[in-house]
Design a protein around this ligand. Structure first.
Ligand code: CP
Length: 331
């Protein structure tokens, strides 16, 4: 066992992330992404047991927005690696943030307790400034509408496990609101950089922000946009790709609700579309949703079908986050 731990420490150090933050997926070079995937695969045997790799380390999770998956899977990952976890899931109620302590001060203080911090925050500008005050690595658990890099990493990892590659795959990232789709932004960067062909499908009104489109163009990857599709046109697009990526959306209330319902309907993926596009014994068109999902976003029959990758991704998320924690905590 001591030999495996030494060799895993070596793989973690080889990722080249020791002591560094992960705030954007663009903080990782392509080869570092693949090194994390290899490390996640090595760690997979322990994702339901325990390996004393990080026995003297403490993770602090600070979540200023609700979460089930991201917080729990990071915490599970740390427990599986033998480390300890301090969790603040409601900081605006139960921490000194409720007494108007700044995020910068909070990160300065928590850095004295923990060896690594996972932070989710609704304001990307505030979060990005505040992390400069941390003295231990900070991993983003989702900042504002900006990025959610570890969601994209686990979805890319799942795709890589299914196809054995990312390069050359065709992926449609679709939502009635790609402005707020932080998982979609991170996923688009990762896919474009690793050589997939990306199509961004949304209403023109809620298209991918200019800043994200500019950064995508700078990757030199294959990225197209299809705007204002109706449900038939969206389903035609979906049938022609390898993965339909649904970053989800939060629907407005009040006056906007009815209009948004129509937009959601335009980006509704029919079960029959993937069934027809995936002949028995032939290629499979997959769908993944970053979750949580709401009624009316997708056909629930996908859950028990060979098309879904969203629960597959959850299954891979702990190993991937174990790999990331080991990598940023490597000496
Ligand atoms: N996908 C995701 O970030 O889920 P949670 O909000 O539950 O963490």
């Amino acid at each position: 066992m001591a030999g495996s731990i030494r060799s895993i420490h070596g793989c973690a150090a080889a990722v080249g992330m020791g002591g560094r933050n992960l705030l954007s997926i663009n903080d990782l070079a392509n080869e570092q992404i693949y090194a994390l995937f290899e490390l996640a695969r090595i760690l997979e045997p322990w994702n339901r047991s325990r390996l004393a790799l990080l026995a003297d380390k403490v993770l602090c999770t600070l979540f200023f927005q609700p979460s089930t998956r991201t917080r729990m899977s990071f915490e599970t990952a740390m427990h599986r690696l033998g480390g300890a976890v301090v969790s603040e899931a409601t900081p605006l109620l139960s921490s000194s943030a409720a007494k108007e302590e700044s995020l910068a001060d909070m990160l300065t203080v928590v850095s004295k307790y923990a060896n690594v911090i996972v932070l989710r925050h609704p304001d990307d500008h505030e979060a990005l400034e505040a992390v400069t005050h941390a003295t231990v690595p900070v991993i983003s658990g989702g900042f504002g509408n900006w990025e959610h890099p570890t969601q994209a990493l686990m979805d890319l990892y799942t795709l890589w496990r299914v196809h054995g590659r990312i390069e050359g795959l065709r992926v449609c990232i679709a939502s009635p609101d790609l402005v707020a789709a932080r998982t979609g932004h991170s996923m688009a960067y990762g896919l474009a950089r690793l050589g997939a062909q990306v199509v961004l499908a949304s209403p023109a009104l809620n298209r991918t922000p200019a800043e994200v489109r500019e950064r995508l163009a700078a990757t030199g990857g294959s990225v197209d946009e299809m705007l204002d599709l109706d449900q038939d046109a969206f389903n035609e697009l979906a049938a022609a790709v390898d993965l339909v990526y649904l970053p989800g959306c939060s629907a407005p209330r009040g006056e906007e609700a009815e209009r948004f319902k129509q937009l959601m309907d335009d980006y509704y993926l029919r079960f029959e579309t993937l069934e027809r596009a995936s002949p028995e014994g032939g290629r499979i068109v997959h769908v993944t949703h970053t979750l949580p999902r709401r009624a009316g976003e997708m056909d629930m029959r996908f859950d028990d079908s060979p098309y879904q990758l969203y629960f597959e991704a959850i299954g891979h998320s702990v190993s991937l986050r174990m790999a990331l924690l080991a990598a940023v905590l490597a000496d």
